[in-house]
Design a protein around this ligand. Structure first.
Ligand SMILES: [Zn+2]
Ligand SMILES: [Zn+2]
Length: 300
């Protein structure tokens, strides 16, 4: 398979990303000696805006899997919240995640969990791999995102930085430098590691509800930290549906936000695992096979 062969060709160390990770982790450190409940509350609030509404609900369940719909203007607002998490442009995030589903734990998967905890957690970010990161390859896996002018605008790194600076200035005006630390740098690092735990911990520790062909697990701690994303075995089994929690006790806060949007008349066409045919094969329903992805037969 061409994709597999190219995944390990011309790999280079991504020094700008390594430098960025060092800077943002250092910039989060002042949180250690400036704790207050209002600072923590700001972090949780900003985590909800950027991590839950932005990454989990929008980058993941809406843009990557198209498991429900919202009006375009609202999709753009939520996607902007996702861009504030600084986890890459919508194009990069969506394409990498579709690659992950196309061949979890294989060379098609950018954060292949079979390469160990650290690699799948953050190590994979330290390399530029043309097989995953080349613009053509990203567009191949996310044509719908690449075709959208606003999402192409968000691909610009200067735009992503300016959005963050604008937020930082607002927080500085409201609560001084402590708000900038807790609402920007510490929050970004916290959201990073919680998101990354889905790729690392939830591919190692936990239980399974479905017999899938990859290492995905349901991990309650990761689910609590990621607004429901930790029910990852459920998600790998039924990737195209909006719910990650499938049992009544598998708390899925993101799904409750989607239900609230539905009540408000803002979310429609919600795909539910309850609507799937009972006999549907868990593996086949995940998100399509790698071959289908590579043949561009499916977008999710
Ligand atoms: Zn996974
Ligand atoms: Zn997914």
């Amino acid at each position: 398979m061409k994709q597999v062969a190219s995944a390990h060709e011309n790999v280079t160390i991504d020094y700008p990303i390594i430098l960025w990770m060092a800077i943002i982790h250092l910039a989060a450190l002042p949180a250690l000696w400036s704790f207050s409940w209002s600072n923590l509350g700001l972090t949780v609030f900003m985590y909800f805006i950027t991590g839950c509404l932005g990454i989990t609900m929008t980058y993941h369940r809406l843009l990557t899997h198209r498991s429900f719909k919202v009006p375009k203007w609202l999709e753009y607002i939520f996607t902007t919240c996702g861009a504030l998490a600084l986890q890459g442009s919508p194009l990069e995030w969506v394409a990498h995640h579709r690659m992950h589903h196309a061949g979890s734990d294989t060379d098609i998967d950018p954060h292949n969990a079979s390469r160990g905890f650290f690699f799948s957690h953050m190590g994979w970010l330290f390399f530029y791999v043309p097989g995953y990161d080349d613009k053509k390859q990203l567009r191949r896996f996310a044509r719908d995102i690449a075709a959208d002018p606003y999402y192409r605008f968000l691909e610009r790194i200067d735009v992503q930085i300016l959005l963050q600076v604008a937020l930082g200035l607002v927080l500085l005006a409201i609560g001084g430098w402590e708000y900038v630390v807790w609402g920007v740098s510490f929050r970004i690092v916290a959201v990073y590691h919680c998101t990354w735990l889905v790729n690392s911990a939830a591919h190692i520790w936990g239980y399974t509800n479905y017999d899938v062909s990859d290492s995905s697990k349901n991990n309650w701690l990761v689910a609590l930290l990621t607004w429901g994303e930790g029910w990852h075995n459920n998600h790998h089994a039924h990737g195209s549906v909006a719910e990650a929690g499938h049992k009544w006790w598998e708390l899925d806060i993101t799904m409750n936000v989607i239900r609230l949007l539905k009540l408000l008349g803002l979310a429609t066409d919600i795909k539910s695992f309850r609507d799937l045919p009972r006999e549907e094969n868990a593996v086949a329903s995940a998100s399509g096979t790698a071959a289908e992805f590579l043949a561009n037969k499916r977008d999710i």
